[in-house]
Ligand binder design. Structure first.
Ligand code: I3P
Length: 109
């Protein structure tokens, strides 16, 4: 699955709140492949190599959990992704249908 997702980092690997200055929203082209959610700067190209930055933004979603971000009301269609290494991301999808589809696919892994 792929599509546009806008990301906000809420907690870091130690589970601690992401500090100010790194809490902004950023738009990515998301690609779910195997157990990894790639958050790429540019649109998906099947045969292109993954850049260094894109690798850094990749999220391991095995043993993670995605749920609708019902406690976040500033934006619509936002899901909350908790990873097995205690990171928390808010991810805004293009529509409610897209959000539900991402949640379903992430939780299948
Ligand atoms: C953050 C940025 C986010 C905002 C966040 C700010 O600043 O303005 O948009 O979240 O508020 O800290 P920075 O880019 O300097 O990290 P919202 O859009 O959800 O308000 P927060 O600290 O209350 O999460």
């Amino acid at each position: 699955k792929h599509g546009v997702l806008t990301r906000k980092s809420h907690a870091d690997m130690d589970g601690k709140r992401t500090p100010r200055g790194r809490r902004g929203w950023k738009k990515f082209y998301a690609v779910l492949k195997g157990m990894i959610l790639y958050l790429q700067k540019d649109e998906y190209k099947p045969d292109a190599d993954i850049s260094e930055v894109d690798l850094k933004n990749a999220v391991r979603i095995h043993h993670g959990l995605a749920t609708p971000a019902t406690d976040y009301s500033k934006r619509n269609n936002v899901l909350k992704l908790k990873t097995s290494d205690w990171r928390v991301f808010l991810l805004q999808a293009a529509s409610e249908e897209e959000m539900m589809s991402w949640i379903f696919r992430i939780n299948l892994v």
